[in-house]
Design a protein around this ligand. Structure first.
Ligand code: ZN
Length: 317
């Protein structure tokens, strides 16, 4: 019978990172500048190892190559979803990602990046940057050249539980004081537009202005933050997004709930609390794959979960 496949996280130290991945999730992080936990990744820059069970010692990337049956035979030369926890102690650079078409042509066949953020925690008064106020590409270029960032960038106040979908071409930044979970296409292509003039090892980090001006959508569409919530006495299930690349739900469970597995497979992360999945114990900080063929399952416990499945493009084959 199919079993849950638990993943070991990969950590990334960065200048803007903090220690919340330890204090909040209990992970053994490499330093108090740890900005990212790649909790579910088959990407070559941080391929998660499988912990325990029949696939112990494999990486997710290897399982994808050698045991595609676990993923319902989904196509593609790399595991398509990357899930990260991000602890931003300081501001991240202002950045933008290309779409699949641009990335394929300009980044050696890499995937583009659509991503989404669920805010797990933030300091009071924290904002997030999404989109810009230029009406034409010429105006955008001029405002960037003149460094009119305050006027150019759209910022929104955030609270725990907020959710944002970031389409390719959307200029964006996470500000210091934010802890969030990010679900994205498995891609590491980021164009940095502005880095607040900061220095790393005495030098500014590289900017990618030409590529950024190529890919930034003009004008920026308004953020549309509609979401549906199903509340029962067993819990509160929110459907956050369903796009071509992934679907994501957030569940707060109090007790017991039956779940139907999606057509291909599902990925779950325990954000808080503990419980069981068909009797297997899971707790805060655990991320696991519910493989194809696992069947419907029963969740039990007091816990908060992120549930992610492949997007629409995987199913209309
Ligand atoms: Zn991004």
């Amino acid at each position: 019978m199919a079993e849950l496949i638990f993943l070991e996280p990969v950590f990334k130290e960065v200048i803007w990172g903090g220690d919340a991945l330890h204090t909040r999730f209990g992970y053994a992080i490499p330093s108090d500048h740890t900005g990212e936990c790649w909790a579910v990744s088959g990407h070559k820059n941080g391929d998660c190892r499988i912990r325990g069970g029949a696939w112990d010692g494999y990486t997710l990337g290897q399982l994808w190559k050698e045991h595609r049956e676990l993923f319902g035979g989904q196509e593609g030369d790399q595991f398509p979803i990357l899930i990260k926890l991000i602890d931003a102690r300081q501001d991240l650079s202002i950045q933008v990602h290309p779409d699949d078409v641009y990335a394929k042509e300009h980044e050696n066949g890499s995937l583009g990046k659509t991503e989404c953020w669920y805010i797990l925690d933030c300091e009071p008064g924290t904002e997030i940057v999404i989109g810009h106020n230029a009406s034409t590409r010429e105006e955008l270029k001029q405002m960037i050249d003149e460094g009119r960032w305050k006027e150019l960038l759209r910022t929104y106040p955030i609270r725990r539980g907020d959710f944002f979908q970031i389409e390719p071409g959307t200029i964006h930044a996470i500000k210091g004081g934010t802890l969030l979970i990010e679900t994205q296409q498995s891609s590491d292509v980021t164009y940095r537009v502005y880095d607040y003039g900061r220095l790393q090892d005495g030098k500014p980090r590289q900017l990618h202005l030409r590529q950024s001006l190529d890919v930034i959508t003009c004008p920026s569409p308004e953020q549309n933050l509609g979401r549906t919530v199903e509340e029962t006495k067993e819990g509160c299930l929110e459907k956050l997004v369903e796009c071509a690349y992934y679907g994501a739900e957030h569940l707060k469970l109090h007790g017991q709930m039956q779940r139907n597995t999606p057509a291909l497979y599902e990925i779950a992360g325990v954000l808080d609390g503990k419980g069981t999945v068909n009797g297997t114990a899971v707790k805060k900080g655990d991320f696991f794959l519910i493989p194809h063929g696992y069947g419907d399952y029963e969740l039990q416990g007091q816990m908060e979960l992120m549930l992610v499945c492949p997007g629409r493009s995987a199913e209309d084959r």
